[in-house]
Design a protein. Sequence first.
Length: 102
Amino acid sequence: MSAWFRQTKPAPVPIQVDPLAAADKLRAFIAGKSKLIEASELTNDTKLFSSGLLDSLTFVELVLFVEREFHVKLADLIEVNMDSLDSIEQILRPIVDRTAHP
């Protein structure tokens, strides 16, 4: 017997991710959240949290944005923390790998 109040969500279906377009979406999101940098100044290796560009509240927003935008559950791919998501490259690598090799 299943409880009437429990709703299970189906696992997100990974979509094919274009790394360049995905990086541009992340740059726009990050620049919109940080008053310290413009999207054009962000590289794939720019340190986001360890440099102080983003804070812990923005970390939560970033995780939610990435999961919604790229249809993945980050916790299924990597250990989710500010160190593991400290650059655009670190954010995109597991997503691109997952969608390239489901």
